[in-house]
Every structure is written in structure tokens, then in C-alpha cells.
Design a protein around this ligand. Structure first.
Ligand SMILES: Cc1cc2nc3c(=O)[nH]c(=O)nc-3n(C[C@H](O)[C@H](O)[C@H](O)COP(=O)(O)O)c2cc1C
Length: 195
């Protein structure tokens, strides 16, 4: 009897919160993702970083051009140097690792002056953030492009060619547990069959 009541309550809660569709593991990961800026002093295993980059590379890209480059950083001195040149990525210094996502202008759909690389790399970044969450790690998207004063010092540190543009640095680490996901659901921003 107790189990029946518990089941009914769970079903009612699910219906109230998620419109009747029970959440699967993927949706739970999406809903639990949050920017994590505080990490324990622990490294991130190479195998996990490789899996995270694989998830990034599974993202869609315009005309399947895949104009991305992923620079995996585990070197503590380089993490510190990046945090020094990026005003809003100070947490990188304390991260176990970071992934820098960059776009190759010459590989993107539409040629050098196009902007598809930004969308392509952004899709990869979101995949990376979700993979990180699913592995019990924490990460945050920190902006480089479109700020010229961030792009150039990052390029110099990484020795990146000029046709490659760094879009974001994603510090990754074992979360301290301080950050929680935000509820951003706003039905007023949803328009059915027109504005
Ligand atoms: C394009 C973009 C740039 C961002 N740049 C930074 C940044 O430089 N530093 C930072 O700490 N967070 C940055 N963020 C993270 C946002 O602050 C964060 O996503 C937002 O506050 C919502 O919080 P949530 O990620 O926990 O849902 C950026 C996010 C996006 C999408």
C-alpha cells in the first residue's frame, strides 16, 4: 500500500513538473547542467577528457564541415596563464583541466568570411557541457570570441594559426557541489503556430 502511494505521488509530481512526460536520463542531464566554477583540487582522467571531446565532435555542423579544433589542457602552468589573460575565466587556474574550442575559418561552410563556425562550435560546446554533467564533473563556458583583446593573447599562448579563432575556454573539474541548476522555464517565451 505504501509503495502504491509513493508511486502515485511520484507520478503526480512528474506530471506537474514535466507536463506528463516522464524524464529520461538524457533530459535529467540537460536539466541538471549548470555552470560550475568551484572545483576540488583533483585532476580529470585523460579517458574522461577524451570521451568529453568525442561528445563535442558528435555535434551537428552546417554541411557537415566540422570546422572545429579542440585543445585539451591539463598543464597547470598553462591553465594559470589562460586564467591570467581571460578576465572572466579566473576559475581555470583551479580547474583539473580545460578544453579550448576553436573554429577554423577555412574549413567552415561558406568560406573564410562566413559565421557558421560559431554555431558549429557552440553546438560542440553544449555537447561538452552535457557530457561533463553526465560524468559527475562540472564545467563552465567562458567567452573568448568576439573579444579581440582575449583572442590574441590566447592565440599566442596556444601558438594557434591566424585562420583559427578561439571561441571559448571550458574549465572542467570535480565540483565542490556549491552550484545548483537554475529553473529557466518560461512559458511566455514559447509561441505555438505563430507569435
Ligand atoms: C556565450 C557564453 C559566454 C559565457 N561567458 C562566460 C564567462 O566568460 N565566464 C563565466 O563565468 N561564465 C560565462 N558564461 C556562463 C553564463 O554566465 C551562464 O551560462 C549563465 O549565467 C546561466 O547559468 P547556468 O549555466 O548555470 O545555467 C557564458 C555563457 C555563454 C553561453
Amino acid at each position: 500500500m505504501k509503495r502504491m502511494v509513493a508511486l502515485c505521488v511520484t507520478l503526480m509530481m512528474t506530471t506537474l513538473l514535466f507536463g506528463g512526460e516522464p524524464m529520461n536520463d538524457t533530459i535529467k542531464t540537460i536539466m541538471n547542467r549548470k555552470s560550475v566554477r568551484a572545483y576540488k583540487d583533483e585532476p580529470v582522467a585523460k579517458e574522461k577528457l577524451e570521451l568529453i571531446v568525442k561528445a563535442g565532435m558528435a555535434a551537428p555542423t552546417a554541411v557537415d564541415k566540422r570546422p572545429w579544433e579542440f585543445i585539451v589542457i591539463t598543464d597547470k602552468a598553462l591553465l594559470k596563464k589562460l586564467s591570467d589573460v581571460l578576465p572572466y575565466a579566473k576559475m581555470a587556474e583551479k580547474a583539473g583541466a580545460a578544453i579550448l574550442v576553436a573554429g577554423d575559418l577555412d574549413k567552415q561552410n561558406g568560406g573564410r568570411d562566413s559565421v557558421y563556425w560559431i554555431m558549429d562550435c557552440s553546438a560542440a560546446i553544449e555537447n561538452i557541457l552535457l557530457a561533463v554533467e553526465s560524468l559527475g564533473l562540472g564545467a563552465v563556458w567562458t567567452a573568448i570570441h568576439p573579444n579581440a583583446d582575449r583572442i590574441e593573447p590566447v592565440r599566442a599562448l596556444i601558438k594557434m594559426p591566424s585562420h583559427v579563432v578561439p571561441l571559448a575556454l571550458i574549465p572542467i573539474g570535480v565540483p565542490t557541489g556549491a552550484e545548483k541548476p537554475k529553473d529557466k522555464w518560461n512559458p511566455k517565451q514559447v509561441h505555438w503556430n505563430g507569435w
